[in-house]
Design a protein around this ligand. Structure first.
Ligand code: AMP
Ligand code: MG
Length: 491
């Protein structure tokens, strides 16, 4: 079998619309070859849905593609240019260790980016080595796939390969490459880059591209750039509400890590909250708590305001009017976010209809959870099954009073108890990727080459709303020695 034939049989079916954008938006570049690639994990279901052949991907030629040694036919690898506000400071960035191979056109006709992360230096690498370590790439794999299973829009993980080379962070670690799949890699930072250094035509080309790719239905609308802004705001309002509802903390919500598609991107120092505390921060570098759990909606609005600023020249010829349109759109975010969050919280409590006091019922629960340091996920799971567990919260008179109010509230809707219970089961995950469980899986894999722990974890995380007996074991809390949990950016 010739090399070429094997690659074609893999099912790669690339188009490269990004290369047809102005040349300043990217740099064409091939991945830096690696010594001896080895496939660590392949997402069979995702591969199949993309029209890829699992066996071909597992072959030497298939792995060579995932390692950046072979370029599949039709791919035109490139590094994207972008900028971004990092912790509030504007910087030029760009793919410093990632390359877009191209856009895979799936059997259903969808277009998704295929990106290799950790594929070598690019003109945007600054002082970085262009590489990634195995632990953090597997961590991205686990958490992004868990997010997907939780019903949250996210980039996906197709595969992780080791490179046979070491990378040096605090310690020497095995090098790895993650294949990331995304609706696109357009970020708020992409618009910031073009707005700062491109021409008006460049900006319009980027906005039109984003519209065609993510909002084709409004491409033909006359005020389409205002729609673009409004639609991105809507998607982010849905996304951030979903993060809050499951207790996900992104950790590094810089504008370059906010997508136009509304997918969660860039799993660096992210983690899920155990104990309910709105001030929770995991990232070691977030000393001021800028990206704390309770700040995420405000930061999202701040990032979207940066996005709106880039669009001003497209919104209206008159600057003052453009500004007013942008301002109105941004001020809608808070309301939209809140509406999504409230709807999600009602569902978590089995509530179908709307009452004005619902918010105070929810706040009552949350403030008790905070006071008694209750576990976020397990509290809602306990409410779902009405089996108070051994936590401080459930023994208190406050809880008894709240429970009475809640039961009375459920009584004021038409739906039967069983329907409420089902709604709660669908809205409260049995489990989340607990930090200590993720660490155990990574340690077994990276230190002992034992994949079984990660395999079991991925399996239970793949259906979080099933509430099966096997999952019970995964909802136990970390031991005190594992707290407080800290995450690091040096990936
Ligand atoms: P992140 O914190 O992952 O959003 O990355 C911020 C910027 O740093 C992006 O431009 C990345 O491409 C770049 N970067 C992160 N790690 C590396 C690395 N090891 N080598 C080169 N660039 C990197
Ligand atoms: Mg990033």
């Amino acid at each position: 079998m010739t090399e070429k034939k094997a690659i074609i049989e893999s099912g790669w079916n690339f188009d490269n619309s990004y290369t047809r954008l102005p040349k300043s938006f990217f740099t064409r570049l091939d991945p830096t070859p690696v010594r001896s690639p080895k496939l660590i994990i392949l997402n069979d279901l995702l591969a199949t849905s993309l029209g890829l052949n699992v066996q071909a991907l597992q072959s030497n030629d298939g792995v060579a593609v995932l390692a950046g040694i072979q370029i599949p036919e039709g791919a035109l690898p490139l590094a994207q240019a972008y900028a971004g506000h990092q912790f509030g400071h504007f910087t030029v960035l760009g793919d410093g260790r990632a390359l877009l191979l191209g856009e895979q056109i799936t059997p259903l006709g969808e277009r998704v980016d295929i990106q290799l992360k950790g594929s070598g230096k690019t003109p945007y690498s600054r002082r970085g080595d262009g590489r990634a370590a195995l632990g953090p790439m597997l961590r991205e794999y686990i958490i992004s796939e868990a997010m997907h299973a939780l019903g949250i829009a996210t980039t996906r993980s197709l595969a992780v390969v080791t490179t046979g080379e070491s990378v040096f962070r605090e310690t020497e670690q095995p090098g790895a490459i993650l294949t990331r799949v995304a609706a696109s890699h357009l970020r708020v930072g992409t618009f910031q880059y073009v707005s700062k250094w491109g021409t008006f035509e460049d900006l319009r080309a980027l906005a039109d591209y984003a519209l065609q790719r993510h909002f084709p239905e409004i491409y033909a609308v006359e005020s389409r750039y205002l729609y673009l802004l409004q639609e991105v705001i809507k998607r982010q309002a849905v996304l951030i509400a979903k993060w809050q509802l499951v207790g996900f903390i992104h950790g590094v919500m810089n504008t370059d890590n906010m997508t136009i598609s509304g997918e969660t991107i860039d799993y660096g120092p992210c983690a899920f909250m155990d104990t309910y505390d709105p001030a929770t921060v995991f990232s070691s570098i977030d000393i001021n708590g800028r990206y704390a759990y309770s700040n995420q909606p405000y930061i999202a609005a701040w990032n979207l305001a940066r996005f709106a600023e880039t669009l001003l020249p497209l919104l209206h010829v008159d600057e003052a009017q453009a500004f007013k349109l942008a301002e109105d759109a941004i001020s809608d975010f808070t309301e939209l976010y809140h509406r999504n969050w409230l709807a999600g919280m009602r569902a978590k409590l089995g509530i179908f209809n709307e009452e004005l006091q619902d918010e105070s019922l929810i706040e009552g629960l949350l403030s008790m959870m905070q006071k008694y340091r209750a576990d976020y996920t397990n509290t809602f799971r306990t409410l779902t099954f009405d089996k108070p567990e051994d936590t401080v919260l459930f023994g208190t008179t406050e809880y008894a009073q709240w429970h009475e109010l809640w039961q009375a509230r459920l009584g004021r809707q038409q739906e039967e108890k069983a329907a409420s219970h089902q709604l709660m089961k669908n809205s409260n995950p049995a489990l989340i990727p607990r930090n200590h469980r993720v660490e155990d899986a990574l340690e077994a894999m990276v230190k002992q080459g034992d994949y079984s722990v990660m395999e079991r974890l991925l399996d239970v995380l793949s259906s979080p709303y099933v509430h099966s007996p096997e999952q019970a074991d995964y909802s136990s809390l970390p031991s005190l020695s594992n707290r407080p949990y800290q995450t690091y950016c040096g990936t």
